[in-house]
Design a protein around this ligand. Structure first.
Ligand SMILES: NC(=O)c1ccc[n+]([C@@H]2O[C@H](COP(=O)([O-])OP(=O)(O)OC[C@H]3O[C@@H](n4cnc5c(N)ncnc54)[C@H](O)[C@@H]3O)[C@@H](O)[C@H]2O)c1
Length: 251
């Protein structure tokens, strides 16, 4: 119960890594606000948490919309009274294509959700966490934040930007007991993995082959890393990017 008494906000908490992290944090005592655009999946996540005797609310919010980012923090505070930590996880992969075939529309869509969304989320989370006496923010980057990948330029650029945003924000608040870090998952079996590889066994084997451990990751393995970075076991860790990738980027 290392998060007993703590309140945590998870963006994109309706599915995948976000949902698994919200469930883990609630199981460890946190009251959790999850955001997303899809109410049915949001209600499902809340039900899963309540079934495990946890406490959670769903706030319908679009990560790329500034008033939604402000409201998600306001609603969390009005329901739970404080904010101690946040996991800015909402993200999309966008369209993969060579640079020569990229469209500005795809660039704006991916950047607005993956980068502007993280910026605006932190903009409203930082003062709320400050008012609670300090805490932690974790942003979800990717192995795509430190390597290049043919056809992945836009997603890759967005995740490089998440790591840069994380470091700069961390430096701004380092003296205020607010720690800001990112996690960089390798391939994790979620809806994004399904969309990316489809049911194409060759694509899945190729992706798995990029990971020295010989398998894709599970959402719970990212949730464990996020919980660690949010916890008091990580009080001297800020401005870092934690690769959780089965050795992918060690190569
Ligand atoms: N699955 C992987 O292999 C992998 C690897 C590295 C990084 N990631 C990152 O992990 C994060 C979560 O992805 P996932 O794998 O769980 O897939 P997912 O598609 O299940 O989760 C993405 C979540 O973000 C939400 N979301 C998307 N756009 C949003 C918006 N505008 N406003 C609010 N919510 C929005 C979705 O509804 C969903 O809940 C993403 O940022 C992704 O880039 C995933």
């Amino acid at each position: 119960m290392r998060f007993k008494g703590k309140v945590v906000l998870v963006t994109g908490g309706t599915t995948g890594i976000g949902r698994e992290t919200a469930i883990l944090l609630a199981r460890q005592g946190a009251r959790v606000a999850i955001t997303g655009r899809r109410e049915a999946q949001g209600a499902e996540t809340v039900a899963l948490i309540e079934k495990a005797d946890g406490e959670a609310i769903f706030i319908k919010a679009n990560a790329e919309n500034e008033s939604d980012c402000r409201r998600m923090v306001d609603e969390t505070i009005s329901r739970f009274g404080r904010l101690d930590a946040a996991f800015n996880n909402a993200g999309i992969e966008g369209d993969f294509a060579p640079v020569e075939q990229q469209e500005a529309e795809n660039f704006h869509r991916v950047m607005n959700i993956n980068v502007l969304g993280v910026l605006l989320s932190m903009k409203y989370q930082i003062p709320a966490i400050r008012r609670s006496g300090g805490g932690a923010i974790v942003n979800n980057a990717s192995v795509a934040g430190t390597i290049g990948m043919p056809t992945g330029s836009v997603y890759i650029a967005s995740k490089h930007a998440v790591i840069g945003l994380t470091k700069s924000a961390a430096l701004e608040v380092a003296r205020e007991n607010i720690r800001i870090n990112s996690v960089s998952p390798g391939a994790i079996q979620t809806d994004m993995w399904d969309r990316f590889t489809g049911s194409d066994a060759t694509k899945q084997e190729y992706m798995i082959g990029l990971h020295p451990v010989g398998r894709a990751g599970k959402p719970s393995e990212i949730a464990d890393a996020v919980a660690f970075l949010c916890s008091d076991e990580a009080t001297f860790i800020t401005g870092t990017n934690l690769q959780v990738d089965g050795g992918f980027t060690a190569q």
